[in-house]
Design a protein. Structure first.
Length: 245
């Protein structure tokens, strides 16, 4: 018999200012729940966001690395298959959905961890998968680099190291500027937006200390321009909470 979630949802009514909560389960797992107007997303905070271990591996990236290493060990070097690419692409989307929420609520260490994973995933696909459809994943690398760099910079700023944050953002902007090899309008858009975003934050650092409000306001502007209205609503909620503090 299917479970009815009505009672659960009534206990946590949708409130635009209370959409994310962290919990520890009975067995000690850390999870994150995101309240949506019509339901709830539950996201594992360790390992894959969906809690699945593909063929016993922590991630699909680990699984595919093992498969290729085994083939090489047997003298049968091969490339990723189309099905393996789709497996990796799907995993990248799951990590993106988690780090987007983590970034918005200021969980920068975990955002770095997840964006590191997706950058490694991009590198692996670029090296081992020749299919033209790999562009669907690689075109977002400038965006992933941007979020990774900003998260690391925020950790630097939290430690009082503005100079380290500035150098990190400058280096990343230069890396993105010199990126090439992906024939996609989305890639060019993400590349331009990443450079603009990184430079805007650099300007803020030079003018004054960058606060969480500054970062959220910048992300809100970006979300509205991208027409990502659900993301924009979550950021507005975070700004409202800061206003009450």
């Amino acid at each position: 018999m299917l479970a009815d979630l009505t009672g659960f949802l009534r206990d946590w009514e949708f409130d635009g200012e209370n959409t994310v909560r962290m919990l520890t389960t009975i067995d000690g797992r850390e999870i994150m729940q995101v309240r949506l107007p019509l339901g709830v997303e539950q996201i594992e905070l360790e390992g894959r966001p969906d809690g699945i271990c593909p063929d016993g591996y922590d991630t699909a990236l680990d699984l595919c690395r093992s498969r290729l290493a085994q083939s090489e060990g047997e003298g049968n070097s091969r490339e990723l298959t189309a099905d393996e690419f789709l497996l990796l692409q799907g995993e990248g989307m799951l990590f993106y959905q988690r780090y987007l929420v983590l970034f918005q609520i200021g969980e920068y260490s975990r955002t770095v961890r997840d964006t590191d994973h997706n950058l490694a995933l991009c590198d692996f696909v670029e090296q081992h998968y020749p299919g033209e459809d790999r562009v669907a994943l690689l075109q977002y690398r400038p965006y992933i680099l941007r979020v990774n760099a900003v998260s690391r910079a925020m950790l630097d700023l939290n430690d009082g190291n503005a100079e380290s944050a500035r150098k990190r953002l400058e280096n990343t902007a230069e890396i993105v500027k010199n990126m090439s090899g992906v024939a996609s309008p989305i890639f060019e858009f993400e590349k331009l937006r990443a450079i603009q975003h990184l430079n805007a934050i650099l300007d803020q650092i030079q003018e004054r200390s960058l606060s969480k409000r500054d970062l959220l306001e910048r992300e809100l502007h970006d979300a509205v321009e991208r027409e990502e209205y659900e993301r924009a609503a979550r950021i507005r909620d975070q700004l409202k909470e800061l206003g009450d503090q």
